[in-house]
Design a protein. Structure first.
Length: 83
């Protein structure tokens, strides 16, 4: 059974969004959400989730090579938890 997945590439000024299917193991970009650091575009994210009705959400996590937790990693994890 194929599942629909929405993937989020969190950045400090933009969030890339892609939709994929588990059966075909393919994905395509569907949106780039621009924002300022103070206000994540939750309304736009909600609209994408409503439109695509995904079975799961994933967020790309860039872990530093040295394993230390950076400010960017903390922001990405916070976004992931809020999502």
């Amino acid at each position: 059974m194929s599942q629909t997945v929405l993937g989020f590439d969190f950045g400090t000024r933009k969030i890339g969004v892609a939709v994929g299917q588990t059966q075909t193991a393919t994905a395509q970009g569907i949106a780039t959400l621009r924002y300022n650091q103070c206000k994540i575009p939750w309304k736009q994210i909600d609209e994408l989730i409503h439109t695509w009705q995904p079975d799961m959400l994933v967020v790309g996590i860039a872990e530093p090579a040295d394993g230390k937790e950076t400010d960017f990693l903390k922001k990405t994890l916070a976004f992931s938890h809020q999502l």
